[in-house]
Design a protein around this ligand. Sequence first.
Ligand code: NAD
Length: 287
Amino acid sequence: MAQWIDGAALAQQVRETVKQRVAEMTRQLHRPVYLTAVLVGGTAAGELYAQRQRDACKAVGIEYELITLPHDADKEMVSRRIKQLNEDAAVTGIMLHLPLPEHLNATELQYQINPVKDVEGVNPANIGYVVYGQTLIAPCTALAAIELIKSTGVPIRGAEAVVVGASQIAGRPIALLLSEQMATVTLCHIATRDLAAHTRRAEILVVAVGKPNLITADHVKEGALVIDVGINRITLPDGTKKTVGDVDFAAVEPKAAYITPVPGGVGPMTVAMLLRNTLRSAELLSR
Ligand code: NAD
């Protein structure tokens, strides 16, 4: 039976360390560590997510400001706001809530966030720094996956690691960080032939696709470490809703050595990494 990797407990440890450092930074800077989030077109889901972020920031002493722009804000308007935030010395971190309304291009706008203030690590420059081994700020979900793997003590160096899902936000950066840590990495995606042939070789298997039960026991090597990044809302036959990952947890748990639950695995750690990155931005700016 696999040991569960308790993302919520590990995230709590990260938050405590961040809280101490934020207090030190606030004293050193004589002003708060300050995260500004930009939300274009305030939906109920977006506002709720922002409220959760505000609570998470407050709990570790980070000031949080939400700027809501109208749904029809054009590229110039959002760019102008990002530019102002880049130049505002009081703002130590910036993030842009996704998804954006369809007429806006996320990458184009993320590119404009000062890489040092880019707390989500989404500016292409920050991805580039990871490639060059000079990481400034890495994407939160990728950092979360790496932290959860490291928490088990299973060596990453030399390990056969397989990442399923190759998105810019999750799979690709995870593969990049694993390769930076000297794993031998295979990156699988929708065009991969015979997925199970790849995943069965994995000592470390990370799945970030968004399809419930994509990974069955047949896909998993005995004793593997399994990180499930997927978050899917499903409706059970009795009509109740449930959040599940991409891994058939009940089937895979007996075979794996370590596994992350969903919820309570990668999700809480990703929020903790956002807080840690926000602290890092403030530290980089203070140098
Ligand atoms: P995406 O849709 O952008 O990318 C999905 C990737 O999966 C693509 O690379 C695609 O090629 C690949 N894929 C699709 N079907 C496949 C198949 N049958 N076999 C192999 N590969 C396949 O999704 P995303 O934004 O990367 O998100 C993936 C999942 O991770 C979602 O469930 C999302 O909610 C979750 N997510 C969780 C966190 C977190 O903090 N826990 C953060 C980001 C995303």
